[in-house]
Write a protein that binds this ligand. Sequence first.
Ligand code: UDP
Ligand code: MG
Length: 319
Amino acid sequence: MRLTVIVPCYNEEAALHYFYEEMQKVMQQMQEVEFELLFVNDGSRDKTLEVIRELAAKDERVKYVSFSRNFGKEAAIYAGLEHSTGDLTAIMDADLQDPPALLPEMYKAITEEGYDSVATRRVSRKGEPPIRSFFARMFYRLMKRISKADIVDGARDYRLMSRPFVDALLEMGEYNRFSKGLFGWVGFRTKWLEYENIERVAGETKWSFWKLFLYSIDGIVAFSTMPLSLSALFGVLMCLVSVLAIVFIVIRQILYGGSAFGWPSMVCIIMFLGGIQLLCIGILGSYLAKTYLEVKKRPIYICKETNTSKKNRMEIENE
Ligand code: UDP
Ligand code: MG
C-alpha cells in the first residue's frame, strides 16, 4: 500500500525539520506502508525550498512541487492531489498542528473499517484570538443554513483519502477552490476523528483576520446561491413597504391635506433604498466576478520546479 502525504508549505523553513522528524517516527511505526512525502512549496520567500531540496537529497521518499509564486493553500492542495501517486493520500500542515501520530489510526479506518476517507476536527480553539473563534463559529453556523455542502465546524484540512475520493476531488477543476466544501460535496463515507487544538511548532500563522474574512466570503459564494435569492427578497420587501407608504400618504393627503413636512424622512428612505440597491449589486458582482475568473480557465497553479515524474497541467495541455 502506497501512501502520499501532501504538505503545503509557505515560509515554513523553521517548522520543516520538526515536521520531518515527527513524520520519520510515524513512518518507522508503519512499516507495511510505502510512504511518499510530497511537499508543495507555495512560493515561499524564505529558505523553505532549500530545506526541502536537502530533505529530498537524503531521502528518496521526499518529493516536491515548487510554485512560481504564492498561489494560496487551496492551490497547493490541488497541486498535491494532482501529483500524488499513492493509493491513499493525506493532507497535512507543515506546522505540526495536524498531528502525524494520528495517521496509523486513520490508516486503519480506511483499510480495515471500510471508510473512504478519514477527516479530523478540532474540538477546541485554545490559543486562538477569541474574536477569531467567534467569527469562525458564526461562519459555520451561517454556512450550515445557506448551503447544501456539509461543512463541519472546526474541520481541518487534515485528512486521509482513498484513491476514488482523490479522483473525485480532481474532477472538480474549479478555479475558486474551497476544500472544506469540496470534501463534503463529493460524498463518500467519512469517519471523523477529534482532537484538541495544538499550537504551531515554529514560525507563525499565514492567515490574518482579513485574509480569513475574504476566504469565508469565497466559501459562501462557492457553495451557496442564497445571497442572490436574498437580494431578490430584499427587493420584493422594499416594494411592499413602498406600496404601504403610498397608500398611507394618499390617505393622509385626503384627510388632512398639505404636505410640506416629511423631508428628513424622505432623505432617510432614499439613502436606505440606495444602500440596499448597492448591496444587491455588490452581491451580483461577486458572483459575476467568480464566474469571470472561472470562465478564463486559468491554471490553478504554475509549477516552476519539481522532482516528481508527473507533468503539470500546463505541460499536458501543451502537448
Ligand atoms: N500555507 C500555504 N500557502 C499559503 C498559506 C499557508 O501553503 O498561502 C500552508 C502553511 O505553510 C501551512 C498550512 O498552509 O502548512 C496552514 O497554514 P497556517 O498554519 O499558517 O494556518 P493556521 O493553522 O494558522 O490556520
Ligand atoms: Mg497552522
